[in-house]
Ligand binder design. Structure first.
Ligand code: PLP
Length: 400
């Protein structure tokens, strides 16, 4: 048995670190999910998640499963085989979403843009204007492309849809943004938003969470794609009183309640601001190293994950291996076409400046051991300068 002493420094963009209080909150005996008082425990969770999604008029639906299950539920409940949908591909997650849509029998119109760019708003606008008959049933946006560290402008897509006077539904993958990057379901007219429990919500994987607008609910009543387990109507009927048609992951729901306590105590706006400040420290370190982010421009920088290009002669897989084996530190790998060229620092969830400095310091060690010639401390110092000057809300301990 290999003994790995100390903490495993977990800097992947999900699963993220669990606050100890959240982990403890899940350490409860099994419960009767049909008990008379169980509904009273569950009901407030829906209201609180609505506030996290920033929706007043939408509904929250929970399925046991990861974020990908929520994608599938979103599609199968609201669309019909052969429906035309508009999607774009600019990283591994948006690519997988396209793949799923194709497998489920949608007629997918895909726009490929370079990995590092964001959602092609102008091209979306053009295609929506051209579609005078309103054939396109839904427009998909990956809000935060976790593979490339790119955050796209969802509000701009909504404006493009409205400017074209187009009736398409707006679907958003918010798996690595909701609860950490500004996301506004109602203000942006999002019809279906999906997330998973293991990213901004600081929980284990296992809950797929959907925000469903009234329009999407109306669409679900006529959509003919087959679904059984993932049927919205079955969930909603039981959810009215705080129950589920099938066994819910009760421990996860206790963790969720505790996690929402923390987010609400810190304040969602402060949580978002904290992510921005922490991310900026990492970005300044990257700049000090003379390395590049995959994200093409500052407007696209993600506050939850930085995808960093290694120098041409340095294999990013080596950086990740060395960080793990020598320093007990996990960085995200370069996915698909970015393999070997990119490593990612996940900076979301239960995180503070000291943790980010640890990630930066270990990245310097691993980058150097893998052959990059960086001066030790350059990235750390750049981040320290930033953190020292940043009067960031939430960087101090938030009261629980
Ligand atoms: C993590 C992630 C997913 C996939 O979620 P799973 O929970 O692994 O199924 C989808 N989209 C984005 C943007 C993600 O970051």
């Amino acid at each position: 048995m290999t003994i790995r002493t100390g903490l495993n420094h977990l800097f992947i963009p999900g699963p993220t670190n669990l606050p100890e209080t959240v982990r403890q909150a899940m350490n409860v005996p099994m419960q009767d999910m049909r008990a008379p008082d169980y509904g009273a425990f569950v009901l407030p969770l829906f209201e609180r998640l609505k506030r996290l999604f920033r929706t007043a008029s939408g509904r929250i639906i929970l399925f046991p499963g990861s974020g990908t299950a929520a994608w599938e539920a979103a599609i199968t409940n609201t669309l019909s085989p052969g429906d035309r949908v508009l999607m774009s591909r600019f990283g591994q997650f948006s690519t997988l979403w396209v793949q799923m849509a194709e497998r489920l029998g949608l007629n997918v119109e895909v726009i490929d843009v370079p990995w590092g760019a964001g959602v092609p708003v102008e091209e979306y606008a053009r295609r929506l204007r051209q579609d005078r008959r309103g054939d396109i049933r839904a427009v998909f946006v990956t809000h935060n492309e976790t593979a490339t560290g790119v955050t796209s402008d969802v509000a701009a897509v909504r404006r493009a849809i409205d400017a074209a006077g187009h009736p398409a539904l707006l679907f958003v993958d918010g798996v690595s943004s909701i609860g950490s990057i500004d996301f506004r379901m109602d203000d942006w007219g999002v019809d279906l938003a999906v997330t998973g429990s293991q990213k901004g919500l600081m929980l284990p994987a296992g809950l797929g969470i959907l925000g469903v607008s009234e329009r999407a609910l109306a669409a679900s009543r006529t959509a003919t794609m087959r679904r059984a387990y993932f049927e919205f109507a079955d969930q909603l009927a039981m959810n009215e009183t705080g129950y589920f048609p099938y066994t819910p992951p009760t421990q996860l729901l206790h963790g969720l309640a505790r996690s929402l306590d923390r987010i609400e105590a810190e304040g969602l706006d402060n949580v978002i601001a904290r992510h921005r400040v922490l991310a900026e420290g990492v970005r300044r370190a990257v700049r000090a190293w003379g390395l590049e982010l995959v994200a093409e421009s500052p407007a696209l920088w993600s506050d939850t994950v930085s995808a960093i290009r290694t120098p041409a002669d340095v294999d990013a897989r080596e950086v990740i291996r060395i960080a793990y084996e020598r320093y007990n530190c996990s960085f995200g790998t370069g996915l698909a076409r970015l393999a070997g060229k990119v490593f990612r620092i996940g900076h979301l969830g239960d995180l503070n400046a000291g943790m980010c400095l640890t990630a930066i310091a270990i990245a310097e060690l691993a980058l150097n051991a893998a052959g990059a010639r960086l001066r030790f401390g350059t990235g750390v110092a750049a981040a320290q300068e930033w953190y020292a000057g940043a009067a960031a809300p939430g960087l101090a301990l938030a009261a629980e």
